[in-house]
Design a protein. Structure first.
Lengths: 339, 339
DNA sequence: TTTAGCACTCAAGGATATTGAGTGCTAAAT
DNA sequence: ATTTAGCACTCAATATCCTTGAGTGCTAAA
């Protein structure tokens, strides 16, 4: 399997199909190119590498990269020096959660020379300190939410019926008194419990809980927009695969549709782990020439958001895995500090 | 000058250098290609058109486009049908200033098949309703600002000395009582007036005004980030000039550096007029292959923000000018409605 | 002043030849 | 049973040359 490793690393750095001779050289000269050719034929049969054309060297397939990454992860350990260097980047002004996350996307992209992504902690994972509800129009409510860490965010919610300010005040009083210091997600669950547990005995309370649930859902819905930071798009322009017009077009589309990127992250939200998607393994057709590496970060012990990197399939996985996972740890630490 | 017009429109739609024969055809057959050639030689000498190579047709230069656009603007009048169609797009849910502006960038890009830009009203132009100041750390203050139109925004301000919550409350009381319903920009001016007019007679008031000015400046500074919406990047990928790698690279960089785009708009903020920058006329080197068309919109009678479109130099200026200026009017109207 | 006519230019596209990196297979060596 | 040297074979990439035709500039006649 050492051969596969050499093929991957060599191809990643040189971007030309690698020949049996090159591999033999890299192995230290104790095997001949003919031997390597035999091994290569074997690897090709198993689907780990492929030839662009008959008289060319080999390039790794998705499966090949996958095997390589799996091998890599087994002996991937943080390097202290590296971790410290990254952590140091944070010693300048980072005062808000937004700062921490925005900087993360910047660091990822500049460390790895690819597109860096970082999502804000999902609203469901905030602890409620105080909620104000203001009617701004017949069926429209503005919610101002203060979290226990004093982050303030406001949301616009569309309702399906008119509501008056009095009613809104009753609801916000109810929510503030019943659910202070509770997780938004828990609040939502509790409200659902109240609604399903209530057997018409108290119509007043039922109606209130119902509307409260509507509002909480609205907040969560509105919160999912614009919660992702992207940096380093321009690195793509430097990559040789950008020469292929079709690929270039697809790349532009990927980054033009933020909502799809957000979905990508949301799908695996409750997870803290490091994930790798190589080429065709990605759920989106647009990403079939890319690899995506993501890792969750935590806050108050819970996985609340994710960061990651998108690059060409031909990517320095070793550095990418290390940097992303390491940065996720750093972010988690920073967020605790901010609390 | 009709010849120049034909060269521009033809080149814009076909993307191939236009020949004397083609122009003669477009003129209705009442001139021969040889005559056109003479005129062309003239136009070339004056720098309005150029030849890619000896045996090719002509393409417009920056100066040529400029002349064309100037001619165009003289007889550019809104078409009612067009204006109504655009206005109708707004009949769906637009409840916040943010919605209006975000939708504008979307509409521009989809109408013109190029990148649409729209900036939020600049914070300096907000009317203050209420301001809360909260200390979040030794030298860090969070400001929650409510405008007379009930938009809520919050800002993080770094100070150069420590401050306590008591002092912050005195300042916010002072600002709220003295400057309710005043423009942020005016407030800033007034504070400056107080500071310079005060001759040591009241050190207490001076110190307070000084800190208040710091805070207001901080709000304005923090507010300039993330105030621009961009849509339709992917249209670029379809343009033929994207085939040129260097151009493609530059495009990616343009859109990767939001801050530069923001600067572009901020530079001409107090202006309500329609502006056109063609190729090299742009201040940024990166935009030398692009044209930028912007127009300011107003709120409470003041120019508070701008929208615009970025496309290849070879752009449908007629439609672009009409759509952008028309949309600026519509936005201005919508904002009044929201007040 | 306009136009027909003609020689001239040059990018683009096609056809053909050359090159060389890399392979697969076979037969000898270990 | 592996490993390796040797050799014929393949094919993308590059270079070279040729052809074509769109378009021009200039001149001389209308």
């Amino acid at each position: 399997m050492a051969v596969l490793g050499h093929i991957v690393t060599e191809y990643v750095s040189s971007v030309i199909p690698v020949s049996s001779k090159t591999v033999a050289m890299k192995m230290g000269g104790d095997v001949s190119s003919a031997t390597v050719r035999n091994i290569m034929a074997d690897l090709e049969e198993k689907g780990f590498i492929a030839q662009p054309h008959t008289s060319a060297g080999r390039i790794p397939t998705d499966r090949g990269y996958r095997r390589y990454v799996d091998m890599l992860r087994r002996n991937l350990h943080q390097q202290k020096a590296e971790a410290e260097r990254l952590a140091n980047e944070y010693h300048q002004r980072v005062n808000t959660v937004k700062d921490v996350i925005e900087k993360a996307s910047y660091l990822i992209s500049h460390e790895l020379h690819n597109a860096g992504l970082a999502m804000l902690p999902a609203i469901q994972n905030f602890y409620l300190k105080r909620l104000e509800l203001v009617k701004v129009r017949a069926q429209t409510v503005m919610a101002v939410l203060v979290t226990v860490t004093n982050a303030v965010r406001n949301y616009i919610i569309e309702l399906d019926r008119e509501i008056d300010q009095k009613e809104l005040e009753r609801i916000s009083n109810f929510l503030n008194s019943s659910f202070e210091h509770r997780l938004m997600l828990d609040i939502r669950q509790s409200l659902k419990g109240i609604i399903s547990g209530n057997r018409e005995e108290d119509r007043e309370a039922l109606s209130m809980a119902d509307m409260a649930l509507n509002l909480v859902d609205g907040i969560i819905r509105d919160g999912i927009e614009n919660e992702i930071y992207i940096d380093g798009l321009d690195f793509f322009a430097e990559e040789p695969e950008f020469k292929d017009l079709d690929t270039a077009r697809r790349m532009m589309q990927v980054f033009s549709r933020r909502s799809e990127l957000v979905d990508l992250f949301r799908g695996e939200l409750p997870d803290r782990g490091l994930r790798v998607y190589i080429g065709g393994e990605n759920s989106s057709e647009l990403l079939k020439d890319c690899s995506l590496i993501t890792c969750g970060y935590s806050w108050e012990g819970k996985a609340v958001g994710r960061i990651g990197v998108i690059g060409p399939r031909r990517m320095d996985y070793y550095n990418a895995l290390r940097t992303v996972s390491c940065l996720a740890d750093i972010i988690s630490g920073k967020l605790e500090e901010l609390s």
